[in-house]
Design a protein around this ligand. Structure first.
Ligand code: GTP
Length: 450
């Protein structure tokens, strides 16, 4: 199973990296704030309700002392209307003869003497005693009513009772909590959005660069990363673009080198093939080229019932030439001999060197005596040739065996064998002559002039 961090995408990881610390810090601050403020708020509420009652007690002191109920009622109403969480406010003189009330009072009032705060259900009652202090003055006409009434200079004038709706007080705390949670949630939402934007500003160019790299990897070397849109990855994008350009250039170089090498190889191969088809010494067709052409002409002769002849030619006593004059002279004789043959044949004919001093001539379109006449012409041309060696003329002759393609021997070996047989007969009946391989003719026809 994948570990969680591996399963997360880059965008989610960046988002977490940016948002997680902010979320944790904000939640910790919220918890601290709530914990601290809860206690402070409870104390503040207690202080406030007590302060309200003490303020009222102070304000009511003179009214209680002089018994000014009208003024006391105005003060009580004022306090009652000042805060919505107040259920009732009352001022009661020490002799209990009257009560100045705004709102409602509990059935059971707390005792006069002490400052009392009681909580019962959803009601919080604060009772504060009101004391008077008579001021001694020099002017006997300015005596206070209390002094005039023979009262003690300091004493209990009455009490102030203030009743709060606890639910409303708690509601204030609840409102504060909701407000704090909403502000925190808003801050976290804002932090999340900013983190997502930050993560996106990095992952968007990364995705774009990754796509380009993937395309380049697939061989699309013309793909380029958008450097302007890459933001923080601009230098990476430039590097990738430069790399792709270099790869494309190298690939183009390689392609051109391969094309040049392939061209060169093809030319060499063609040259080698051409060389294999031509005999290097004499310039006539090689054995391979002659054989291929002869096979072709046999097929043509078979299909169209056209005449075809082959002449086998062999230099007479050539070994003696080599032995007497050396191999180089022998080569020169071979070249001259081949030229004599070539000179006597048509464009459509083919002279080939089958090996050593053994040659063959392919004569398409003619047969019988016509072929014998061509061979005779060649024989005479060879005989007429001479090389000057050491100031002396060197003559040479050749023997010829002629065979027709008669449809009996339908392949080249058969045709060549019959021509070779005629050549053999020419050799054994005196050389420098043409023998026609035809059963109807005499076995050894001497074509030499008498
Ligand atoms: N100089 C040279 N000699 C070659 C070449 N190829 C074959 N020979 C020689 O040709 C000679 C052929 O001799 P043989 O087969 O005995 O025939 P021949 O001497 O011509 O006698 P006949 O054919 O019976 O008239 C050999 O001495 C070969 O060495 C070549 O390319 N150059």
């Amino acid at each position: 199973m994948k570990r969680l961090p591996q399963a997360l995408g880059i965008r989610a990881r960046l988002w977490l990296a940016a948002a997680l610390p902010a979320v944790l810090v904000t939640l910790a601050l919220l918890w601290l704030f709530m914990d601290r403020h809860e206690r402070n708020l409870a104390e503040a509420v207690a202080d406030r309700v007590r302060a309200n009652a003490l303020q009222m007690a102070s304000a009511a002191e003179f009214g209680l002392f002089v018994g000014d109920r009208q003024n006391l009622q105005r003060q009580v109403n004022q306090l009652f209307e000042s805060a919505p969480e107040l259920l009732g406010v009352a001022v009661i003189p020490a002799d209990g003869q009257y009560r100045v009330v705004a709102g409602k009072l509990p059935a059971q009032l707390p005792p006069f003497s002490d400052e009392v705060i009681t909580e019962f259900g959803d009601v919080l009652t604060v009772s504060v005693p009101v004391h008077y202090t008579a001021i001694q003055m020099d002017d006997p006409f300015a005596l206070t009513p209390a002094l005039r009434a023979g009262m003690a200079p300091r004493g209990l004038a009455g009490q102030v009772v203030v009743i709060y709706d606890l639910d409303k007080l708690r509601g204030q705390r609840r409102d504060l909590l909701i407000w704090a949670v909403l502000v925190t949630a808003g801050a976290l939402g804002l932090a999340s959005i900013l983190s997502a934007l930050m993560a996106s500003s990095v992952t968007r160019p990364m995705a774009s660069v990754s796509k380009v790299v993937e395309q380049i990897g697939l061989g699309h070397l013309h793909e380029r990363a958008d450097v302007e849109a890459a933001g923080p990855l601009a230098s990476l994008s430039r590097g990738i673009n430069a790399m792709a350009s270099r790869i494309a250039m190298t690939q183009e170089d390689l392609r051109q080198q391969v094309a040049a090498a392939t061209r060169e190889l093809r030319l060499q191969k063609e040259a080698a093939e051409q060389a294999a088809r031509i005999d290097a010494l004499t310039g006539v067709a090689s054995r391979r080229a002659f054989t291929e052409r002869a096979e072709l002409e046999i097929q043509r002769a078979l299909r169209y019932s056209q005449p075809l002849s082959v002449v086998m030619v062999d230099l007479d006593r050539f070994k003696r030439v080599n032995d007497t004059y050396g191999h180089a002279v022998g080569d020169a004789v071979l070249v001259s001999f081949a030229q004599a043959l070539m000179h006597e044949v048509r464009e459509v004919d083919m002279v080939g060197r089958l090996g050593g001093e053994e040659f063959a001539v392919l004569l398409p379109g003619i047969e019988g005596q016509e072929a014998v006449r061509v061979a005779e012409r060649m024989r005479q041309a060879v005989e007429a040739r001479a090389l000057t060696v050491g100031g002396q003329a060197l003559h040479f002759t050749a023997s010829f065996g002629v065979a027709d393609f008669d449809g009996v021997d339908v392949n080249l070996p058969g045709l060549l064998a019959r021509a070779d047989s005629a050549l053999y007969q020419a050799k054994h009946t005196g050389r420098n002559r043409v023998v026609y391989a035809d059963d109807t003719l005499p076995a050894f026809e001497d074509t030499r002039p008498a």
